[in-house]
Design a protein around this ligand. Structure first.
Ligand code: HEC
Length: 833
C-alpha cells in the first residue's frame, strides 16, 4: 500500500494525548503556563498552513485504505455533533453519545455546561446512511458511553451512571428518556476528562466492563450490581470472541488480558497475564505531518517529514468480530489514533504459553489514514452488517486543557484550530468482498429464534441475542432445552460459550443455589459435560462457573465459622488450598467485624497456612489483605501478621512487587501491628523508607494544612489519574508514589519531575519502570505546592516528609526555565540538593 506523506500542503494537527471526558473545570488547573520553557518546532520542520474544516465528501477523498475496502459516510453534522461513542440496538439503530462540552474553546470554557446528548440515528431507506435523528436524552455534562442492559439503556456521565428503563432499543415505544434514574454515583471522578471511567462494554459473562475504573456492573433481579475488578486502560475497551478484554493507554496502543473476563483470576490484581502489553512497537505511520501534537517540540516525536513517530493519543480499541470483512481480518484489533489521523489494524496472535501478542498488520503503514488534520477517530465498533464504524469527533483541538502545552496552544492560535466544534462524523469501512447484511430484527424475535442467533457467525448478533434472552428471562422448557442442546452440540465453540452464559444469566447454573435439588443436579451435570468440552475456553468457562459455586460455599463457611474458637482438622481439610479465599470472605463478613479470641486465632491459623506455602503471589495477596484493613480493625491485622510470622519460611519472601500500603502498617499507631510488621520488614524485603525514618516530621501549620487539603482534593484528578487515586500506582499508567523515594526524598528532584515530566527507566521500590510522565508545568506554583505537600505528608500512606511551599516551586521553575525535555533518572540522581 502506498501512503504518500503530504508535506506542507495540508495543515498539521494538534492534539495529543489521551482522550476525553467528564468534569467540572478547576480554574487553577492549566490556567497558567508561566515559566514553561520555549517550546518550538524541532529544527528543519517547516511551518504548516492552517487546515480549514472540510465538507464530508472532501474529507472522504483524503482517506487511504487497503485495496478491497471502501469508506462511506454514515452521518455528519448537523445530524451528529462531537460524537465520542456509539452502540447498535437490537433493531440496528445507531445510538450516539455527543460530548459537545469537550474543549468548547482552547481554554476549556463552558465544559461544565449540560450540553451533552444521547441520540438515536436511523437509516429509514436502508442505504447505509442515517437520515433520522431522535433526541433520547440531553442536558448531560460530558457524557462518555452508552450501553443496553437490564432491559433499558445505561449512560455514563461521571461520576454518575444513568439508567433509562423501558425506553427505546428493545421493542419498547419510548425513544425518549424523560426521567433517567441515577444507578451509581461512583462511576469515575469527573475530575479529568482524559482519565475518567468510560466503556460499558458488555462481555460474554453478562457483566459490563469499563476502562479506567476498578468496577464492573450487571443487572441482577432488576438492580444494578457493582463488583470489583482491576482498572483497565484509558479510553475505550472491547472483548474478543471468548471474552478476553483489550484496552490501551494513550501511548501504549494495545494492552489486554490473556484470561477471559469470566475467570475469577481476571479480577485480581495479583493474577499473571492481566493488563499486559500486546505490542511493544509503538511506531505510527501517518499520511500527513502532525506538527500540532501536544509534545511536538520534543526531539524524535516528529520525524523529519513531520509525521508523528509513535502513539500519543491511542484510544477506542476494538476487536473485529463481524463476518463482512475477509477471514484474515476477523479477530484483528483496530485502534484509533486521533493525533495522527489514523486507524491501526493489528493481528493478535496466541503465544505458546496461552499469552497474547500483537503486531501491526501493515508493515510501516496503517489500515486507515487521512490527510485531513481534523479527522479525529476516537472510537470504533462493528455494525450489525459487519462494517467497521469509525466515530470521528471532527475538530481541530482534542487535547484537554489540563495537559495543553504552550507549544500546542501556539499551533492552535497560529493555524485556527480552535473552532468550529460543532462538527462530527460517523464513517463505516466496508469490504468489497461481500454485500453488507440487512439490518437485524432481533427485538421482536421469539425466544427460540434468539437461541438460534447465538450461533450466528457475527459477534453483534450473538451478543445481542444473549442480552435479550437474559433480559427476558424465559422459563419455558422448550427454550431451556434448546439452550442446553446448544451447549452440548453446537458445532461452533463460540455458540456453546454464549449458550452457557445465557443459562448463567437465567440463574440455571447455580450449583449451590436454592433452585431445588433437581435444578442443582441438572446444572452440575451440564457443567461437568462442558468441563470436558473439546474447546479450552468452553472448559474454562465451565470451571469458572463451578468455581462460582465453590465461592458461595466458602462464603457460607465463613459465616458459620464466625462463632467458633478455632478451626478443627475437618474444617481445615475442607479449605485446603483455599485459605486465602476463605480469609477474603471472612474479612468481608459482618459477623467477623467484632474482635474475639476465637476469630483472631482462626485468622492467624489461616494466615500461617498461606505463609507456609511460600508462594509469592499468594503472600502478596495475604499482605495486601492486611494492609487494606481499616484502622478500627487493627486486631485483625495483628492476628494475620502473627499468622504470617508463624508460617513464614526463612530467607526473604521474594514478592513480585511491594505490598500496597505496607508503610502504613509499619507505622501503625497500634503497637501490636507496627511491632509485628517491623519484625517482618526484612523478610518482606521492604524496609522502612529511609527518608521517613528518624525524627518524626514537625506538625504542619495552618497554612500548610490548608495546602494539604487543597492538594488532597486535586490529587485524584491530576496525579491520581496515572498514579491511581490511592497513590499506589496503576499498571501501565504510573508507578506508585506511596513509599517512593522520589516523593519522600529531595524536593528539588520532585519539583523537577512534576515541571517537565520523567522519561524511563526509573527505579521505584525495587522495580524498574520504563514509561514517560508528561510535563505538569502548566499547573501554577500554588497548585503544585498543594499537590506536592499532599503527596509528601499523607499519613494514610505513612508519609511524613516535609511540606513544599510555592516559593520553592517558583525558584526551581526559574532555575530550569530553559529546559524542555523530560528528566531522566540519571540526571535527577546527579543533582546534589
Ligand atoms: C499522565 C500520567 C501521569 C500524571 C498525570 C502524573 N504522572 Fe507521575 N509518572 C507517570 C509515569 C508514567 C511515571 C514513570 C516515568 C518513567 O517511567 O520514567 C511517573 C513518575 C513519577 C514519579 C517518579 C516515580 C515514582 O513513582 O515516584 C513521581 C515522583 C511522580 N511521577 C509524581 C507525580 C506527581 C506529583 C504528579 C501530579 C502533579 C504526577 N506524577 C502526575 C505518569 C504520570
Amino acid at each position: 500500500m502506498h501512503r504518500a506523506v503530504l508535506v506542507a500542503t495540508a495543515a498539521a494537527g494538534l492534539i495529543a494525548s489521551p482522550t476525553l471526558a467528564g468534569a467540572a473545570p478547576d480554574a487553577r488547573v492549566g490556567a497558567d503556563v508561566r515559566g514553561v520553557a520555549a517550546q518550538v518546532l524541532p529544527a528543519g520542520l517547516p511551518r504548516l498552513p492552517p487546515s480549514p474544516p472540510l465538507a464530508p465528501e472532501a474529507a472522504r477523498a483524503g482517506f487511504t485504505l487497503p485495496p478491497g475496502f471502501r469508506i462511506e459516510l454514515v452521518a455528519a453534522e448537523p445530524l451528529v455533533q462531537s460524537p465520542v461513542a456509539i452502540a447498535f440496538d437490537a433493531r440496528g439503530r445507531l445510538w450516539v453519545v455527543e460530548m459537545r462540552g469537550f474543549m468548547p474553546d482552547a481554554a476549556g470554557r463552558g465544559e461544565d455546561a449540560p450540553s451533552g446528548r444521547v441520540a438515536i440515528l436511523e437509516d429509514s431507506d436502508g442505504d447505509g446512511r442515517m437520515d433520522r435523528r431522535k433526541e433520547f436524552l440531553d442536558g448531560l455534562v460530558l457524557p462518555r458511553s452508552v450501553a443496553f442492559a437490564g432491559g433499558g439503556v445505561l449512560i455514563a456521565a461521571p461520576p454518575q451512571l444513568l439508567f433509562c428503563r423501558d425506553a427505546g432499543g428493545h421493542g419498547g415505544d419510548s425513544d425518549r428518556c424523560d426521567r433517567p434514574q441515577v444507578v451509581s454515583t461512583s462511576y469515575g471522578t469527573a475530575k479529568n476528562p482524559e482519565h475518567d471511567a468510560n466503556g460499558l462494554q458488555p462481555a460474554i459473562d453478562n457483566w459490563l466492563y469499563s476502562a479506567n475504573l476498578d468496577q464492573r456492573h450487571r443487572f441482577l433481579g432488576g438492580r444494578l450490581v457493582t463488583a470489583p475488578t482491576i482498572s483497565r486502560g484509558q479510553w475505550g475497551i472491547a472483548q474478543d470472541d471468548v471474552g478476553r478484554l483489550v484496552y490501551n493507554t494513550n501511548s501504549d496502543y494495545l494492552r489486554g488480558d490473556a484470561l477471559p473476563a469470566f475467570t475469577r483470576a481476571a479480577h485480581l490484581r495479583q493474577s499473571r497475564g492481566l493488563n499486559v502489553v500486546l505490542d511493544p512497537d509503538r511506531s505510527t505511520w501517518p499520511a500527513r505531518p502532525n506538527h500540532g501534537v501536544n509534545r511536538g517540540y520534543q526531539s524524535g516525536l516528529l520525524r523529519a517529514d513531520g509525521t508523528l513517530s509513535r502513539f500519543t493519543a491511542a484510544c477506542g480499541p476494538h476487536v473485529y468480530r463481524g463476518d463482512q470483512f475477509p477471514p484474515a481480518y476477523r479477530g484483528n484489533a483496530f485502534v484509533a489514533e486521533p493525533a495522527a489521523n489514523l486507524v491501526r489494524r493489528s493481528v493478535i496472535t496466541q503465544q505458546d504459553g496461552g499469552g497474547l501478542a500483537a503486531h501491526n498488520a501493515h508493515a510501516r503503514g496503517e489500515f486507515l489514514t487521512s490527510t485531513d488534520e481534523r479527522f479525529r477517530p476516537v472510537n470504533l465498533a462493528t455494525g450489525p452488517e459487519g462494517a467497521l464504524y469509525v466515530v470521528d469527533m471532527y475538530r481541530g483541538l482534542i487535547q484537554h486543557r489540563i495537559y495543553l502545552t504552550k507549544f500546542l496552544r501556539q499551533q492552535v492560535a497560529e493555524r485556527g484550530l480552535e473552532a468550529p466544534v460543532d462538527r462530527g462524523r460517523i464513517w463505516r469501512v466496508v469490504s468489497d468482498a461481500a454485500a453488507p447484511a440487512p439490518p437485524p430484527k432481533l427485538a421482536g424475535a421469539s425466544d427460540l429464534a434468539l437461541v438460534a442467533q447465538l450461533a450466528h457467525p457475527s459477534g453483534f448478533w450473538r451478543d445481542t441475542a444473549q442480552r435479550l434472552l437474559v433480559e427476558r428471562q424465559p422459563r419455558d422448557r422448550a427454550t431451556l432445552a434448546a439452550l442446553e442442546r446448544l451447549v452440548a452440540r453446537a458445532p461452533d465453540p463460540r455458540a456453546r460459550l454464549h449458550a452457557l452464559f445465557v443459562l448463567e444469566g437465567l440463574g440455571r447454573l447455580d450449583v449451590t443455589g436454592d433452585g431445588g435439588t433437581r435444578a442443582r443436579g441438572g446444572a452440575r451435570r451440564l457443567l461437568a459435560r462442558a468441563g470436558q468440552d473439546r474447546d479450552r475456553f468452553v472448559r474454562a468457562a465451565a470451571l469458572a462457573l463451578v468455581e462460582r459455586g465453590e465461592e458461595a460455599r466458602l462464603a457460607a463457611l465463613a459465616v458459620a465459622l464466625a462463632g467458633r474458637a478455632r478451626l478443627d482438622a475437618a474444617a481445615l481439610a475442607r479449605v485446603r488450598g483455599r485459605e486465602l479465599d476463605l480469609l477474603g470472605h471472612a474479612l468481608a463478613t459482618p459477623a467477623w467485624a467484632a474482635a474475639s479470641e476465637g476469630r483472631a486465632h482462626m485468622l492467624a491459623q489461616l494466615g500461617a497456612r498461606v505463609a507456609a506455602r511460600g508462594a509469592p503471589a499468594e503472600l502478596l495477596q495475604l499482605l495486601e489483605l492486611v494492609t487494606a484493613e481499616p484502622r478500627e480493625a487493627a486486631w485483625r491485622q495483628a492476628a494475620l501478621l502473627t499468622g504470617v510470622a508463624q508460617g513464614r519460611r526463612g530467607g526473604s519472601a521474594r514478592l513480585p512487587e511491594p505490598p500496597r500500603g505496607w508503610a502504613r502498617v509499619l507505622r501503625s499507631d497500634d503497637p501490636a501491628v507496627s511491632a509485628r510488621a517491623q519484625a517482618l520488614a526484612a523478610w518482606v524485603g521492604e524496609p522502612v523508607p529511609a527518608a521517613t525514618t528518624g525524627a518524626a516530621a514537625r506538625a504542619l501549620n495552618a497554612d500548610e494544612r490548608a495546602r494539604f487539603a487543597r492538594g488532597k482534593a486535586l490529587f485524584p484528578g491530576i496525579c491520581g489519574a496515572c498514579h491511581h487515586p490511592s497513590g499506589g500506582g496503576d499498571e501501565g499508567k504510573g508507578p506508585p508514589l506511596v513509599d517512593s523515594p522520589w516523593v519522600l526524598g529531595p524536593v528539588e528532584r520532585l519539583v523537577r519531575i512534576t515541571l517537565h515530566g520523567l522519561r524511563g527507566p526509573v527505579k521505584v521500590n525495587n522495580r524498574v519502570y520504563e514509561m514517560e510522565m508528561p510535563a505538569m508545568g502548566a499547573l501554577d506554583d500554588a497548585a503544585l505546592a498543594d499537590l506536592l505537600t499532599y503527596v509528601r505528608t499523607e499519613k494514610e500512606w505513612g508519609h511524613e516528609a516535609g511540606p513544599v511551599d510555592p516559593a520553592t516551586v517558583a525558584r526551581v521553575r526559574k532555575q530550569v526555565a530553559e529546559r524542555e525535555a523530560p528528566w531522566t533518572e540519571a540526571e535527577l540522581l546527579k543533582l546534589d540538593p
